[in-house]
Design a protein around this ligand. Sequence first.
Ligand code: ATP
Ligand code: MG
Ligand code: MG
Ligand code: MG
Length: 569
Amino acid sequence: MRASRYLIATQKETPADAEIISHQLMLRAGMIRKLAAGLYTWLPMGLRSLRKVERIVREEMDKSGAQEVLMPAVQPAELWQESGRWTEYGGELLRMNDRHGRDFCFGPTHEEVITDLIRNEVKSYKELPANFYQIQTKFRDERRPRFGVMRAREFIMKDAYSFHVDAESLNETYQVMHRTYCNIFDRVGLDYRPVEADSGAIGGSDSHEFHVLASSGEDDIVFSTESDYAANIEKAVALAPAGERPAPAEEMKEVHTPGQRTIEAIAEFLGIDATRTVKTLLVKGEEDENGQSGLVALILRGDHTLNEIKAENLAGIAEPLTMATDEEIKSATGCEPGSIGPVNLPVPVIVDRSAAHLADFVCGANRDDYHLTGVNWERDVPLGRVEDLRNVVEGDPSPDGKGTLEIRRGIEVGHIFKLGNKYSKSMNATVLDEHGKSVVMEMGCYGVGVSRIVAASIEQNHDDKGIIWPDAIAPFQVAIVTLNAHKSPTVAEAGEKLYEQLRQAGFDVLLDDRNERPGVKFADMELIGIPHRFVVSDRGLAAGTLEYKGRRDEEKQDIPVAEALPFLI
Ligand code: ATP
Ligand code: MG
Ligand code: MG
Ligand code: MG
């Protein structure tokens, strides 16, 4: 590609609303542009990287024996009613009507569609196991789309669904997919960890998430210092020995964030952002008709405060809830408000709707010098910082008895899940087994955040000059920068020649033939993050050399013109 004929949409200024480095650099390097909240156009430069990720994912999925399909993005409500998710899925589901008034949604995921397909197409155990995947646009109406394509509303996912006659077969495919995911993330060049994940509402089954280690990650993951044990924080909490730290009361049950309608519903009610704010939700007691139970504990994420919770909303579920001054609190409770945590510290909130039997405690409020009273803390959960309450902290013994735990931030780029018969049962997807008996199929599902990977890679690979692409997903592998080519036919010609030679050898090459100052060209190529750069200049050519610099190199080096290609190979 010639830069003079290519959309190099680089920007000097850091966009104000881009909070994390990958978002900033994707905008500045001219990879993406925002259309509306959570909706992005991929510019030619960005699309090249996205397609390379896609290609790697496709190759590895094909290698695993999975079959590629392409399902409609728009799905009829009937299937979702059949599985029960039309009412369960919550606000992330974008619903719409056609001209006849029929209900549809824009698929956030495709379990229903694939289950419907396979129950019609597959009749016998002989056709199983089978694994189907697609690489396709999903829509999730994220409560808080942010970080560019990292948490977009429209994004590209690879989703796969496997079907089996029994659990043993599902286990085998699950292992194959685990290996396939490792191959994908190895090839993309990410520093990642597979971690045990909680299977939440579906229960019982296995689940693993693949996390890219990065401080901007939205999830906490837990590792052992001395073994392979790794889990997301929800899973780690579920497994953790109570130890010395006071555990939630025994009768409390944990409900975890992924896909939990209860968390979403309660967070909505409170006017807070569940994905960002609520770390763990504890519920106790009988569920009411809305699936909510009496005691609710919202354990806020470390970087969030009660200030985000509207007092009037809290009042709705925790009566009586009043505002009181520090003085009033002290005299009413004997508690020093400061001992609980000043307003701006992260505070867990535990609210009991029936409340009466629990001792009253105090927590921060959304007004300076005021605290909420009448908020009921579960007795066995002490007041304290989030870290104390989530029941797993750095330095805890690892559940496997080897080493201690370390907690890091992760970006979820992949998720594999044994679904069991959740969808096949509700949607009656059966096959005849070897005895001619009808059995409900076992299913697995496997997701990769294809577009998120592009951003996650940048989070791990950048410096103050811009992106540093791993070769495998760089938009271009090699940049050839010609200096003064508009005045020097020798330089222009040598640039063209090298360009053809490298292209013929199979490299993706960007020939920067723009009539721009050298400094501008160098800065752009560095910002865009092209891994290898050759500079063609009159001075170099006079000595028979090109200048080479790897994007991570400190020093430039001169290379004889004839050795440029062998040097790269
Ligand atoms: P998250 O916890 O980040 O919301 P999820 O658990 O809801 O993700 P899954 O349903 O497991 O997501 O979907 C499979 C993969 O799709 C995720 O592992 C992630 O990489 C990607 N993904 C999910 N939501 C988004 C999004 N809003 N933008 C970009 N990628 C996403
Ligand atoms: Mg998740
Ligand atoms: Mg999500
Ligand atoms: Mg997930």
